[in-house]
Design a protein around this ligand. Structure first.
Ligand SMILES: CC(C)(COP(=O)(O)OP(=O)(O)OC[C@H]1O[C@@H](n2cnc3c(N)ncnc32)[C@H](O)[C@@H]1OP(=O)(O)O)[C@@H](O)C(=O)NCCC(=O)NCCS
Length: 209
C-alpha cells in the first residue's frame, strides 16, 4: 500500500509536458529504435502530439496526481469523439518530426509510429498510451485509470472500449484480462517486427453494460 495519496483527474493543458515525459519513459523500448541518439528530443515531439490530440483529435487524457507534490504518476488518453481535422493532426506531427529529426529520419519515425493502425468508431472509446511511472507500478493506478476511462466512455454514450497492446507486453495483457478485456483481432506488421521487435498487435475490447 502506498503512503502517499493520489487523485485521478482530467488532464489540463499544462499537463501535456509531464504526460509526454511519462509516455517516453514508459515506452522507451519503442522510442529508442525510432529516435536513436535523438531519443531525448522525442519528449518535445510527444508533447506536440499530445497537444494536437487534445486540441484536434477528439482525445482527452486522465492523469493520476500526487497530492503531496502535484507531480503526475500515471496517465492515459481516451478517444471519445471524432477527430476535428485528421489532416491537421498528421501535418502537425509531421512538422514536429521533420523539424527535430530531418526529412529521412522523420519519414522513418512517422512510418513506425503509424502502427498499430486504428479506425475510429462512433460507438467505441479508444484507450491509448496508458502508462504508470515505474516507482508506482503494481499499486492499482492503471486499474483506476481504466475505470475512469470507462466511466468517461459511458458518459459519452459508448458501447465498447477498445485498445491495442503489443504481443509480449505481459504486464499490460494481464491487466487488461483482469479488467474484462478480451482479444477480438490481431494486426501483423513485419516492419515493426523487424525494427521494434513487435510483430503482432492485439486488439482488445470490453463491452460496457
Ligand atoms: C502496464 C502498466 C500500465 C500497468 O500499470 P500498474 O499501475 O502497475 O497496474 P496495476 O497496479 O493497476 O495492476 C492491475 C493488475 O494488472 C496485472 N499486472 C500489472 N502489472 C503486472 C505485472 N508486471 N505482471 C503481472 N501482472 C501485472 C495484475 O493482475 C494487477 O493486479 P494485482 O497487482 O492485484 O495482481 C505499467 O506496467 C506500465 O506503465 N507499463 C509500461 C507502459 C505500457 O506497457 N503500457 C500499456 C500499453 S498497452
Amino acid at each position: 500500500m502506498l503512503e502517499e495519496s493520489f487523485t485521478v483527474r482530467m488532464a489540463r493543458p499544462e499537463d501535456d509536458a509531464q504526460i509526454a515525459r511519462l509516455v517516453v519513459e514508459g515506452f522507451v523500448d519503442k522510442f529508442r529504435p525510432i529516435f536513436g541518439r535523438r531519443t531525448s528530443r522525442s519528449v518535445g515531439i510527444m508533447e506536440r502530439w499530445v497537444n494536437l490530440e487534445h486540441s484536434l483529435g477528439g482525445v482527452r487524457s486522465l492523469v493520476v496526481e500526487s497530492n503531496a507534490t502535484a507531480r503526475l504518476a500515471a496517465s492515459v488518453g481516451v478517444r471519445t469523439g471524432p477527430s476535428e481535422d485528421d489532416d491537421a493532426l498528421s501535418r502537425g506531427l509531421w512538422e514536429a518530426l521533420r523539424r527535430d529529426l530531418g526529412f529521412l529520419r522523420a519519414s522513418w519515425a512517422a512510418t513506425l509510429l503509424s502502427y498499430p493502425r486504428y479506425a475510429a468508431s462512433s460507438s467505441e472509446a479508444y484507450v491509448e498510451r496508458l502508462v504508470v511511472t515505474e516507482a508506482y507500478r503494481r499499486s492499482g493506478m492503471a486499474r483506476a485509470l481504466l475505470e475512469e476511462a470507462e466511466r468517461l466512455a459511458r458518459k459519452t454514450g459508448k458501447k465498447t472500449v477498445g485498445l491495442h497492446v503489443s504481443e509480449g507486453n505481459v504486464p499490460a495483457i494481464r491487466l487488461y484480462e483482469e479488467t474484462g478485456y478480451a482479444e477480438t483481432s490481431r494486426q501483423r506488421s513485419l516492419l515493426t517486427g523487424q525494427f521494434l521487435g513487435i510483430r503482432d498487435w492485439l486488439y482488445l475490447q470490453k463491452r460496457l453494460w
